[in-house]
Unconditional design. Sequence first.
Length: 172
Amino acid sequence: MQTTRSYDFVSVSDTSTDTSISLDLEKKINEITADLQPWYANKLFSIPPDQAIIVVAYIKAMKLEANLSTQYRKDLILLLTKFSAYMSNKDFRDITRDDVLSFLESYRKPENADPLHKWIGTYNLYNLHLMRFFKWLYYPDIAPEKRSKPAVVDNIPRLRRRETSIYKPSDL
């Protein structure tokens, strides 16, 4: 069964090895990274074009759905390119729940390396971003507040920090 998804300016076919890529891909990457350091555009160029198309389409969709800050865009580009590389550039639609958990667990640090458990903040932030991304990927035509969690990110818990505050009495 052939499935084709259209992401505004290109279409990606699931059965073809030659992904139909618009000549506008470079322009679109430069457009979403226009006010960022060139390093962010280079990160998008470093992943396969079909992955870059999806990331660009997601960021464009998020711009329409929410007023994205510059930092939020930077975080998304960094996370999704890291995630793609960690998954050995596996197609986003082929990623499993175990793959997502493995990626998130890669940020876990031992007690002696991170006694304040700061890794939990990174884990939770990446979990949130990946949940929003996969909700959009699986249900792009549904309003954001009505999108359900796909199985790939369902029941991935948000971790609680053990400390009530990261500040020590000596810091005050």
